[in-house]
Design a protein around this ligand. Structure first.
Ligand code: SF4
Length: 462
């Protein structure tokens, strides 16, 4: 979210009057939810959200720091926003999120233009810190992250009116060798089912028909709270919300998927037959070095179990290529696995030697040109699979969530199948649209053309 939301309620009252705030959100959907909570909190405290930084009294940058390039993007954005403070109207610049959690008060000297730094467990204090800020107050607030928003957090949905993310837990108890996230986000903290249902109801009352459940490790949902409710009961409870149509799960760690989840995927018509399950690799030695706690055959068994329970499921996964020690043979094992499994959607990332992670100190780091070449090769192979899968859809009829006008042409609408998640998968362009079709509806669409990743279709008159 490069926030700007379209909703900009002006709130009155308070001694200082309404102040204008601009918020830039970087990184993943989980960070975006934190940004939405900050927007809600600020709007409740005499702040009006503005889309342009040059119109803002306060600028907030919610940063990402997963790998060095994300940190660099975060710093560049802070420097860019700092110019509005130096030369423009902005009086206060606040930096929040993962970069602050990672580097703490060492950022103060590097970024003197920033007035306050808030870590991933402090962002809910933004309004209070802005209000009470004075020259003597500490600039950095970044303790061990413990905060978990509940249904009372006044969140503003920044996504299309018909979809929203729902963050079901925070933190992660795994220790994958390449990942810094547990350091940045803390241990697993799950929200309760009643709290999630209450927030979901509020979103649905605002017009949301699709909920995308996100977290760092969705499979672990509920393990840390009384009764260990798990994903099955959560999905069942959410699906009781009348006007909610689609529930989609993201970021399912492969090991330990609960039966209750597979049961919901197979039998609950509101739970879309889609599973985002990041596997990261497929060669045994690399999985071991990554500390993924699963073997190649173990991954095969997990995928077989999912497909046996839900034969028509669309599986999305992500892989990292060029992990230290990855040989040509390991890479070929990965490519063969991708050919064998024929995933619906695959994301391929190159490994990054990230300071502070166990993998950074491993020998046999793979040179960047090889990492890039392997990424291109794996994507080339997946593209063929994706194209074939898309072609097989031509002539079929499927439900599509109508999302809005296509950026490519005002004459086209676009939407998504249940097998296409927002932002990361393809879309369906709609070139024949009968009267009465509106954004937020789920309509039957005949697929007429297939590209490598996207589809074209016509909306049927019901
Ligand atoms: S499960 Fe995901 S968030 Fe947790 S350590 Fe592994 S890669 Fe990081």
């Amino acid at each position: 979210m490069n926030t700007t939301t379209s909703r900009q309620p002006v709130l009155s009252g308070g001694s200082g009057g309404v102040r204008k705030v601009h918020l830039v959100s970087l990184g993943c959907p989980k960070n975006r939810v934190d940004s939405e909570v900050m927007v809600g909190l600020l709007q409740g405290e005499d702040y009006e959200l503005v889309p342009e930084p040059d119109a803002a009294d306060v600028i907030v940058v919610n940063t990402c720091s997963f790998i060095q390039p994300a940190t660099e993007e975060s710093i560049d954005t802070v420097l860019q926003m700092g110019r509005f403070k130096k030369e423009g109207r902005c009086e206060t610049l606040v930096v929040t999120g993962c970069m602050v959690q990672r580097y703490g008060s060492s950022l103060e000297a590097e970024l003197p233009e920033v007035d306050a730094f808030l870590g991933t467990g402090e962002y809910h204090r933004i309004a209070e810190i802005l209000k009470t800020r004075d020259a003597a107050a500490p600039r950095t607030h970044a303790d061990v992250p413990m905060y978990l928003p509940d249904e009372m957090a006044p969140r503003v949905n920044s996504w299309s009116g018909s979809s929203a993310y729902l963050k079901i837990s925070e933190g992660c108890d795994h220790r994958c060798a390449f990942c810094i996230i547990p350091t940045l986000r803390g241990k697993l903290r799950s929200r309760t089912i009643p709290s999630l249902v209450a927030e979901a109801r509020r979103l649905v009352d605002q017009g949301v028909v699709e909920l995308n459940l996100v977290s760092q490790d969705s499979t672990a949902y509920g393990k840390d709270i009384p009764g260990k409710p798990g994903l099955g009961p959560l999905m069942a409870a959410l699906s009781e919300i009348d006007a909610l149509r689609w529930i989609r799960l993201h970021y399912a760690y492969p090991h330990g998927l609960p039966d209750g989840l597979l049961d919901q995927l197979a039998h609950n018509p509101k739970v879309v037959r889609y599973l985002d399950i990041p596997l990261q690799h497929a060669s045994g030695p690399i999985l071991k070095a990554m500390r993924r706690g699963v073997t190649t055959d173990g991954q095969r068994r997990i995928l077989d179990r999912i497909r046996k329970a839900v034969p028509d499921i669309a599986v999305r996964t992500t892989f990292i290529v060029g992990f230290p020690g990855e040989t040509d043979e390991d890479f070929e094992t990965l490519c063969n696995f991708v050919e064998e499994q024929r995933f619906e959607h695959v994301g391929v990332f190159t490994y990054f030697q990230e300071d502070g992670t166990p993998a950074a100190t491993l020998p046999d780091q793979v040179p960047e040109p090889i990492r890039k070449r392997r990424q291109a090769e794996l994507m080339r192979r997946q593209k063929r699979i994706s194209r074939a899968r898309n072609r097989a859809r031509v002539g079929t009829v499927a439900p599509v969530l109508i999302e809005g006008r296509a950026e490519e042409s005002d004459a086209l609408l676009k939407g998504r199948l249940p097998t296409q998640a927002p932002d990361v998968d393809g879309v369906v362009y709609l070139n024949k649209v009968p009267e009465g079709v509106a954004i937020g509806q789920i309509r039957r669409v005949r697929i007429t053309q297939a590209g490598d990743y996207d589809l074209v279709g016509e909306v049927l008159t019901d």
